[in-house]
Design a protein around this ligand. Structure first.
Ligand code: GLA
Length: 744
């Protein structure tokens, strides 16, 4: 059991392999945060709470009464006045009752009052992992997980909050979620219902976040904390290209191999807020959850609201170990698809090759060539349905455009299968174009008040997925396509941000629920598809990486990382992505040069090396390639198949930081038994009369002897990790190297 309750001290301790998390029931029943960090055993950490009577930091009523007694007895009241919600570390902060820092919970009661204070009522510790109905969450069995549930209650209104903690000891993972129940007789409105609060006793931390834009997602940004609130978040209806719902707080000196780091990953795909506040006495608070902007959730008596899961991990030894915790834990205990464990096919996608301009013959020609080179699946992207010849038309009409298929879709799938290849298809279920049969029939199925024109983006509007009839239509219409042939892969796209978020099915006082209900509807729909088609490999996409989050990963084991397929930009995008997400979740393809997004020309070898740090595939017109290029593709595909186990399940190491090294980028994969490693390097900047290009390997066994392909080298792991490797001299732009490292 990884969870302990000390009855006397009233302290809860959660233990993982390298970390300890502690909270305690303080005086008057408040649940205080005591510690999260490197492993400490058998201690009560409540001594860390600094007690001081501070001006303008109010006290609970009980403390005020106690002070009165003390005063009458002639005792100095300082010790009592120090008990303040304004300064004490909280497990779940509430608005209105003396804690002026970032709150998790803000409630408006029927009489308009807005004060909530939560006190301990009961708790439950059990083996196994709690589940969150209707929401994605990490999973596993009794041998791996333990759960702590702490019930808190507002003594005045009866409002109840159950804090959920899951402990996955082996991977240093602690999950958190919260469930709020209205135990009163009148409705209440949740104006803020975040998932967790994490306190840190001092200010000495860096904040790492991942910002970006379409075509340039998840760029790492690191800065020291400043006084006040600092946050990242999204109000776009999706987790967004712009800020990722994964952040890190770390010691200022922390790097890949050293220093304490806290990761916080939100298992949710809609609006989010990750807010950090450095308070008046240099304490740090982080809250994370659904973004309160535009949010308001009505709870009728006895109704409950579940705030989605946050996955915490602490590494006492740097960022690499932190990332590896997430990689391993998400591969084994988040992604809920058999494809998390099974070898996925090398695919070729026709989007960059043809855009909307294709027919069955063109696709078959691509499939034939691809098959000869070892590629295993053809994915037919956007443009196969309705009157979709252009991005202003057809979305919503999930039936085949017969003009593009001389003998129908089934015949095409059969022909592709006869070649010995699998077949995959693109859909964008959540959207509709005005020029579609669906919109003409159900104009009211979109989000948005009918008396507004609303915002258009890529010429499309958003279907109201909170509505059952909309989801039923999508399930039936897309299901009919999936049933019409042997479709083994689905790319589920989503190409705009949500605006005009208003649902025709909700009463005015419930419109603040529409955004979250959309996400819940999406989750329900994906779950239905997952249940009915367990063998289909799903890839999530939102204009590339606009919804690259742990929520989507639960349903779909891979996510198209970015619409930017330029190898050099991808190095940075994949670098940032690797901090919080496993490599085998990263959709990555080799595309043509000049690259369609940047115009850059890079060698095919470099494009292959970069795409191998992901699911690997191609996205180009293979029929236009020269024989030499085809031979190169054939070798890349064969290499990737040989490397598969190490890349997809091995440990991933970032060997260079793009901010520091402008000359090369290097990364590697090491098998769990450390017998095999693959090191990839791309030269970013060719120079005349250049200095030697060196870098160090990681993750090898120091005293084992390894051979390094291409360098004619046999040296110890210690030599490769401490002395490093020197790249052979080669001229040209973006030259790349792949070193196969084998224990002898
Ligand atoms: C999005 C995706 C692309 C492609 C197009 C098709 O932009 O990210 O990969 O599927 O849509 O319209």
């Amino acid at each position: 059991m990884a969870i302990y309750y000390d009855e006397d001290a009233k302290v809860f301790t959660l233990q993982t392999r390298h970390s300890t998390y502690q909270s305690g029931i303080g005086k008057y029943g408040y649940l205080l945060h005591l510690y999260y960090g490197a492993k400490v055993e058998g201690e009560d950490m409540s001594y860390l709470i600094y007690k001081d009577d501070r001006g303008f930091s109010g006290n609970p009523y009980e403390a005020y009464m106690e002070e009165e007694q003390a005063f009458l007895a002639g005792v100095k009241p300082d010790a009592i006045r120090s008990y303040s919600m304004d300064t004490y570390p909280q497990e779940y902060s509430t608005f209105g009752s003396g804690d002026f820092r970032s709150s998790c919970l803000a409630v408006r009661f029927a009489d308009g009052s807005q004060t909530t204070e939560l006190r301990y009522r009961s708790h439950r510790i059990y083996r196994g992992k709690y589940a969150l109905p209707g929401l994605p969450a990490m999973w596993g069995d009794e041998t791996e997980w333990d759960t702590l549930e702490i019930t808190l209650q507002d003594p005045y209104s009866g409002l109840e909050t159950v804090l959920l903690y899951g402990v996955l000891e082996a991977y240093d993972i602690i999950t958190r979620a919260a469930c709020i129940v209205n135990r009163s007789t009148e409705p209440v409105d949740l104006e803020r219902a975040l998932s967790m609060c994490l306190e840190h006793p001092d200010a000495n931390l860096d904040f790492i976040s991942f910002y970006g834009r379409h075509n340039m997602e998840r760029q790492l940004h690191r800065c020291p904390l400043r006084h006040g609130k600092q946050s990242v978040g999204s109000v776009r209806g999706t987790s967004s290209h712009h800020y990722n719902p994964f952040i890190i707080l770390c010691e200022p000196g922390a790097n890949e191999d050293y220093g304490g780091c806290y990761g916080m990953s939100f298992v949710y795909s809609g609006n989010f807020l990750a807010e950090i506040e450095l308070d008046q006495i240099n304490q740090t608070r982080c809250v994370m959850g659904i973004h309160p902007e535009g949010f308001c959730w009505r709870l009728d008596p006895e109704e409950s609201f579940t705030a989605p899961e946050v996955v915490l991990s602490y590494s006492p030894a740097g960022l690499t170990a932190l990332s590896q915790n997430y990689h391993q834990a998400y591969r084994s205990h988040l992604i809920a698809s058999r494809w998390s464990r099974e070898r996925r096919p090398v695919l070729i996608n026709n989007w960059e090759a043809t855009k909307f301009d294709f027919n069955d013959q063109k696709l078959l020609a691509i499939a034939r060539e691809a098959k000869d080179l070892g590629i295993e699946m053809l994915v037919m992207d956007d443009g196969w349905f309705g009157n979709r010849d252009y991005d202003r038309r057809g979305l919503g009409d999930w039936f085949v455009n017969e003009k593009k298929f001389s003998n129908g879709l089934t015949a095409l799938i059969d022909s592709v299968n006869e070649l010995g290849m699998k077949f995959g298809i693109w859909v964008e279920p959540e959207m509709v174009n005005e020029d579609s049969e669906l919109f003409r029939k159900h104009p009211d199925w979109c989000l948005g008040a009918p008396w507004r024109k609303g915002v258009y983006s890529r010429g499309q509007r958003v279907l109201d997925l909170s509505r059952t009839e909309v989801r039923d239509y999508l399930f039936d219409a897309i299901g009919a396509v999936l049933d019409s042939g042997n479709i083994e892969y689905v790319k589920w796209d989503m190409n705009r941000s949500l605006t005009d978020v208003w649902s025709a099915k909700l009463t005015p006082e419930r419109q603040g629920e529409a955004g979250h209900r959309y996400v819940l509807g999406l989750y329900e729909l994906m779950e239905r598809f997952k249940q009915k088609y367990p063998d289909i490999l799903f890839e999530s996409c939102s204009g590339g990486g606009g919804r690259f989050d742990a929520g989507m990963l639960y349903y779909m084991p891979q996510i198209w990382c970015s619409d930017n397929t330029d190898a050099i930009d991808r190095i940075r995008i994949q670098y940032g992505t690797s901090f919080g997400y496993p490599i085998n979740a990263v959709g990555a393809h080799v595309s043509v040069v000049p690259n369609q997004q940047t115009g850059r020309v890079t060698p095919l070898a470099a494009r292959g090396a970069v795409a191998m740090a992901g699911t690997f595939g191609y996205e180009l017109d293979i029929t236009q390639m020269t024989d030499a290029e085809k031979q190169c593709v054939k070798e890349q595909v064969a290499d990737f198949k040989r490397y598969y186990e190490v890349i997809q399940y091995g440990r991933y190491y970032r060997l260079t930081d793009p901010e520091e090294r402008k000359d090369i980028a290097a990364w590697s994969f090491v098998s769990e038994d450390q017998a095999r490693a693959l090191i990839f390097v791309v030269v970013l900047h060719a120079q005349a009369n250049a200095p030697a290009l060196r870098f160090k390997a990681k993750g090898l066994q120091p005293d084992r002897i390894y051979s390094v392909s291409g360098l004619n080298l046999q040296v110890s792991g210690a030599a490769l990790m401490h002395g490093g490797l020197v790249l052979p001299k080669k001229k040209g732009d973006y030259i790349s190297f792949t070193f196969e490292v084998e224990a002898t």
